[in-house]
Design a protein around this ligand. Structure first.
Ligand code: AMP
Length: 215
C-alpha cells in the first residue's frame, strides 16, 4: 500500500475518503486542519492565536503547520501507511514535506487529486457535520453520509457539530485560496510523475473504487 496525499478543493470529500481508507485498510489519517482545530479546542497558547484565523478561512503560516505535521509524522510507526489531508497547501509546503519525508525515511507513493466544482463543494460544505468526540464526518444533504439518527453520531450517539468555517462567506475565501495556492501543486506533482486524477462527481464509493486502483 502507498502513502498518499489528497489534493482537492475544500469540502470535496478528502475527509470522507480518508475515513473509508482508515476503516478498510488501517491507514493513519493526518489532517492538518484537524491538528490545528485540536489546538483551538484544547485552548493551548497556539490554539488561542489560531482561533480567529481558522474562523476566517485564511491560511496559517507554513512554519506553524509544518511543525505540527512533522511532530505527528514522527509519532507514526514506520510500518503504517498514512494519508495527508490538507497538507501541502502550496508549493513551498510541498518542498518542506519532501525534506521531512527524506529525514524520517518515509516514502510518498501517490498524490491523488479529487476534482470538484465550486457549487457542489459549497453545498457539501454547508451540509457538513462531524462528531466532536471521534471526528467521524457526516453530511445532512447527502443520503449516504446522513447519520442514522438525525443530528447524532452513529458511534458516540452525541450531538454532531458543524465547523465554524463552513459558512458561505468563509467557504468562498477558502475556495479562492485553494485556486491560488493549492492548484499549482498539481503541476508540481505531475512533474514528479506521482499525480493521479480521480473523478469525484459520483457517490463516495465510486470515488473510493478509483482510489483503490491507485493505492
Ligand atoms: P481543512 O480542515 O483542511 O479545511 O483546514 C481548515 C483550516 O486550517 C484552513 O482553512 C486553514 O486556515 C488551516 N490549514 C489547514 N491546513 C493548512 C496548511 N497546510 N497550511 C495552512 N493552513 C492550513
Amino acid at each position: 500500500m502507498k502513502n498518499i496525499i489528497f489534493i482537492a478543493p475544500p469540502a470535496a470529500g478528502k475527509g470522507t475518503q480518508s475515513q473509508l481508507l482508515v476503516e478498510k485498510y488501517g491507514y493513519i489519517h493526518i489532517s492538518t486542519g484537524e491538528l490545528l482545530r485540536d489546538e483551538v479546542d484544547k485552548k493551548t497558547p497556539l490554539g488561542i492565536k489560531l482561533d480567529d484565523m481558522l474562523k476566517s478561512g485564511t491560511l496559517v503560516s507554513d512554519e506553524i503547520v509544518t511543525e505540527l505535521l512533522k511532530k505527528r509524522l514522527t509519532e507514526i510507526s514506520i510500518d503504517k501507511n498514512f494519508i495527508l489531508d490538507g497538507y501541502p497547501r502550496n508549493v513551498e509546503q510541498a518542498k518542506m514535506l519532501r525534506e521531512i519525508l527524506a529525514e524520517l525515511n518515509l516514502q510518498l507513493g501517490a498524490v491523488i487529486y479529487l476534482n470538484m466544482d465550486l457549487d457542489t463543494a459549497m453545498s457539501r460544505a454547508l451540509g457538513r457535520l462531524s462528531c466532536p468526540n471521534c471526528h467521524r464526518g457526516y453530511n445532512k444533504y447527502e443520503e449516504v453520509l446522513k447519520p442514522k439518527n438525525e443530528g447524532l453520531c452513529d458511534v458516540c450517539n452525541i450531538p454532531l457539530v458543524s465547523r465554524s468555517d463552513d459558512n458561505e462567506e468563509t467557504f468562498k475565501i477558502r475556495f479562492e485560496s485553494y485556486l491560488e495556492n493549492t492548484e499549482p501543486l498539481l503541476q508540481y506533482y505531475k512533474d514528479l510523475d506521482i499525480l493521479y486524477v480521480v473523478d469525484n462527481s459520483g457517490e463516495p464509493l465510486d470515488t473510493l473504487r478509483q482510489i483503490e486502483s491507485v493505492i
